[in-house]
Structures are given as C-alpha cells and as structure tokens.
Design a protein around this ligand. Structure first.
Ligand code: PGA
Length: 253
C-alpha cells in the first residue's frame, strides 16, 4: 500500500514568530492524535524558519521539509543552501521543481533531475513537481507536457531510486487561484503519470510511488480529491498556513 502524504508548502510566508505559533497550536491540537497513523504529514517552512520548526518538532511524528535546495554540495554559491545543511536541521523531504521555481527562476527538468538525484544520494526524499499551464491545457497538450517533464525529471534513476521519490502533480492554473482541478481531471493525470512510471520501470515500482495533487487544495475539496485511486496525498500551499484548515485537509484521508 502506498503511503499517504500531506505536505504543507508555506512558500515565502511565516517567519520565526508565526512558525512558533503554528507548531505550538498544531502539536497541541487533539484532532491530530486521531489521524490515520499510516499517513505522513510534512511541513516545508521557508529556510529561515527551519531551525525553529526543527526544534519544535523534536518529539513529533510530523516531518520537516525544505522548499528547494542547491544542486551543489558546498562552496562559492552565494545565496544557496546545501543538502547537508538541511540534513543538519533534520529535514526529511525537499520539494524540487515547483512551478514557481520553474517560472521565476528558470529551473529546467534537467536541473530538477540533478537536484533530485543529489537528494537521493543523501538519503532524503525529493518531492518532484510537474504540471501544465492553462495555455497548455487549453491547447490539449497536458499529456505531452507531463510526459516530457516526468521523463526529464526521472532521467538516470534506477528502480531503487524511483521507489524513494514522491511526485507532485500541480497544474499551474490551479496554484493559488482558488480553482482546483476537478477530481476527474486530477485522477486522469495521476493515472497517466503512473503509466509513464510503469514504462520507465515496472508495475511494482510504479504502484509504490506516491503521487500528490497540489493546486488550491482546501478543506472543501480535499475529501473528493482524496477518494481518487491514484491521488496519494496533497501538496498544500495557502491552506497549510492555518492549523485548522491544514488539519481538516489531513483528515480527508
Ligand atoms: P496552493 O499552492 O495550495 O496555494 O494553490 C499549492 C502549491 O503551490 O504547492
């Protein structure tokens, strides 16, 4: 059975004070005790809040993640953060290839692939994002775009590597817009991604990879999306900033 995973991506929100408040409320919240214990919850605060979050999560089953990482190990790369630094902070997951990084920082499938491979070498879990723009969806290019992205981001990965990655399908037109993909639209792409993964490996491997949906996930739409066979969790932006909405999304599984 695939692990269910709900990840909060805080983007460039929540400094140290807000992070403290959030985790104190989250950890105290009794509804969190009742969640399905087969599921994993992870939060990815901005870099400057990771240390605070890491300390507050010391005795918790909630995992910590980062929103990006350098492809380089260390050295003269001004402004970058390395995987070893994130490991020191006890990060277990790292998001790579978020559409905002692709769009604003010109990250390519090839760079995202290199980052994911480095993350695997360090025995952490990359959450690799893919997704089409509105223009591409309207031009009926979704499958073509997803195929190119998936094949690019998993290049040179062995079956053993593939078993350790997480994929997040995030249609760009659904991110931060309040307009989520319908459960049918999301399930279609998730199934397509699983088929692509089967072609690259085999059915046992592809059936074990968790594929998350992201893009305007909120308490009101989480249940229906979570019921789709190939949706194994969520990557949640805006709705992960508030404890109550994040918990009710977690509870949809
Ligand atoms: P959103 O963001 O939930 O605010 O749409 C999701 C994401 O970008 O990961």
């Amino acid at each position: 059975m695939r692990t269910k995973l709900v990840v909060g991506n805080w983007k460039m929100n929540s400094g140290i004070e807000e992070t403290k408040n959030f985790f104190e409320n989250l950890i105290e919240n009794s509804s969190l005790q009742n969640i399905n214990h087969l599921m994993q919850v992870c939060i990815c605060p901005p870099f400057t809040s990771l240390n605070t979050a890491s300390q507050l999560l010391q005795n918790s089953t909630i995992a910590l993640g980062a929103q990006d990482v350098s492809v380089n190990e260390n050295g003269a790369f001004t402004g970058e953060v390395s995987i070893s630094m994130l490991k020191e902070l006890k990060c277990q997951f790292i998001i790579v290839g978020h559409s905002e990084r692709r769009m604003y920082f010109k990250e390519t499938d090839s760079l995202i692939n290199k980052k994911a491979i480095k993350i695997l070498e360090h025995k952490l879990t990359p959450i690799i994002c893919v997704g089409e723009t509105l223009e591409q969806r309207e031009a009926d290019e979704t499958n073509e775009v997803i195929k190119e992205q998936i094949n690019g981001v998993i290049e040179n990965m062995s079956n053993e590597d593939l078993l350790k990655i997480v994929i997040a399908y995030e249609p760009v037109w659904a991110i931060g817009t309040g307009k989520n993909a319908t459960s049918k639209q999301a399930e279609e792409v998730h199934l397509f991604i699983r088929k692509l993964l089967t072609i690259k490996s085999n059915i046992n491997v592809s059936e074990s990879i968790s594929i998350l949906y992201g893009g305007s996930v909120k308490p009101e739409n989480a249940k229906e999306l979570s019921e789709q066979e190939n949706i194994d969790g969520f990557l949640v932006g805006g709705a992960s900033l508030k404890v109550n909405s994040f918990i009710s999304i977690i509870q949809s599984f």
